[in-house]
Design a protein around this ligand. Structure first.
Ligand code: NAP
Length: 473
């Protein structure tokens, strides 16, 4: 007998969302906003803590951006919502389990790894990905044990996106300011003793093609004890950039240029720390034997490509800068998930309107969807994830109405017993709120910081277990 189409009170539509960053939460929100359907949503995260890059990526001095989590907390109060933190898909629960227990699965797993520069000596100690550094200073449990040798005097940050801005700003910020944020304690201590005095930020194209936004470039100029150095020749635009800007009249670019021109006109004050912005240069080699000692840059010329974009082309001119540290902030990359198609070039799961597509047959995989960075690549601000998730959920609902995803699934309680066997230490949303309250209390006790984060999963699990035992004593 054909199962009745799910979505009624007796037979709810059951959806698993994998990954609790903004993309995952906006998918949950849109699913639970359906007024003509009863939908039950389980949100999974491999960490005990939710919020993905809002917790582990957004810079510690950007607390206002992090306040978006209040919206996610509100979504989580819905009676048909459950959170399974510290449950990893592929380890604790398999893709085949998800297919059996849910009508639809939405992967919102983000882009975990860093893109490589692909230049000689990138393996040398002293060369790091910005993603590792960001994870470390943001107390991400995957990165808390890392060590960054900040004893040198000079660092290079490769890339002109907002991650490059964050990394350069964290290296340049006075310790007293960082100590008031929710930066990991270990990072605050290491940055206090940092010897880094010059931070070179390296853009492979010109200032009119920089990916950073106005606020981030303006913040450099607001840092106490920091000179921002821009060569006036760099803000005198080349013809390709001028023409592109005339065509686009992009306000963000125009404001970026105005800010950079202001920096170019400021005489250096002799401040103890310098951020030096270089444009139209690409790293071609790192120097050093035991560790990084320098970076060789090719100077680029800019030209208009056939698609109208302004691209860099290396000239024969080379410059070498002595440096002690390099951070490659040239973009994140998604990682393949067991059994799902993956496009190695873009680092994403191939999809159409959120439906995962088998690249061989070009058919949609029934009941499996993507949203966020694993769908569209690592770009856009937090809010970009909202329409992206809505598109994906709408595809899922369309498939439901077409009768494509109506198979019978077990009751919710059956899944709970499976998870109880597979992962004893799973974390509910109530558990997370307990961890959240403890972190905030610790922040208060540490002189009014927003929070002092847990950096280790085992410490979170032990603290919750102890509190549970104390409550039942
Ligand atoms: P991004 O914005 O894509 O910037 C990547 C930068 O790396 C670009 O300048 C790119 O140059 C450069 N690059 C790429 N490959 C390179 C190579 N081989 N050599 C030299 N440079 C290279 O990426 P992101 O900074 O990782 O940020 C990811 C997303 O998160 C963005 O949408 C960003 O706005 C967002 N984010 C926002 C904030 C915030 O709102 N405060 C903070 C952090 C991140 P080309 O342009 O020439 O490719």
């Amino acid at each position: 007998m054909q199962a009745p189409t799910p979505g009624s009170f007796e037979n709810p539509l059951r959806v698993a969302v994998i990954g609790s960053g903004p993309a995952g939460f906006y998918a949950v929100e849109h699913l639970l906003a359906q007024t003509d359907l009863t939908v039950q949503v389980d949100l999974y995260d491999r960490l005990p803590t939710p919020f993905g890059l809002v917790r582990g990526g957004v810079a510690p001095d950007h607390q206002k951006i992090k306040s978006v989590t209040r919206i996610y907390d509100r979504i989580a109060t819905h009676p048909q919502f459950r959170f399974f933190g510290n449950v990893e898909v592929g380890r604790d629960i398999l893709r085949t389990d998800l297919a059996a227990y849910y009508h639809g699965v939405i992967y919102a797993v983000g882009a975990h790894t860093a893109r490589k520069m692909g230049i000689p000596n990138e393996h040398l100690p002293g060369c790091h990905s910005a993603t590792d550094f960001v994870g470390w200073y943001n107390a991400d449990p995957d990165h808390h044990q890392r060590h960054f040798d900040l004893s040198g005097t000079s660092a290079a940050v490769v890339g002109n996106g907002n991650v490059a801005m964050d990394v350069a700003r964290m290296l340049a910020s006075p310790h007293e300011e960082l100590a008031t944020t929710d930066m990991a304690d270990g990072a605050v201590a290491a940055l206090k003793d940092s010897g880094i005095r010059t931070i070179h930020v390296l853009g492979r194209r010109g200032p009119a093609q920089a990916a950073f936004t106005n606020r981030e470039i303006r913040e450099f100029g607001e840092l106490p004890g920091v000179d921002v150095i821009v060569d006036p020749a760099d803000v005198d635009l080349d013809s390709a950039s001028r023409e592109a800007l005339e065509r686009s009249a992009d306000k963000t670019v125009e404001r970026n240029l105005a800010i950079l021109r202001d920096y170019a006109e400021r005489p250096p004050s002799g401040a103890p720390v310098r951020i030096v912005l270089h444009f139209a240069v690409s790293p071609v080699e790192l120097l050093g034997t035991e560790r990084v000692t320098g970076i060789v840059l090719a100077h680029n010329e800019l030209y208009t490509a056939s698609d109208g974009t302004v691209r860099p082309r290396a000239t024969d001119r080379r410059t070498t800068i002595p440096i002690d540290l390099v951070f490659a902030a040239i973009g994140y990359r998604g990682v393949p998930l067991d059994g799902l198609p993956f496009d190695r070039k873009s680092g994403t799961i191939p999809s159409r309107a959120g439906r995962i597509i088998d690249p061989l047959s070009e058919e949609a995989l029934v009941g499996e969807y993507v949203t966020g960075w694993i769908k569209r690549g690592p770009q856009g601000v937090i809010g970009t994830n909202k329409p992206c998730a809505q598109e994906t959920v709408n595809s899922l609902l369309e498939d439901l109405h077409q009768g494509l995803i109506g198979h019978r699934v077990p009751q919710r309680a059956v899944l709970e017993s499976l998870l109880a066997e597979r992962q004893r230490h799973r974390v509910s949303y109530a558990d997370w709120l307990t961890l959240d309250a403890w972190e905030k209390e610790r922040g208060q006790a540490a002189g009014g910081r927003p929070r002092v984060k847990f950096t280790r999963v085992d410490r979170m699990i032990d603290a919750l277990a102890e509190a549970g035992e104390a409550a039942t004593d």
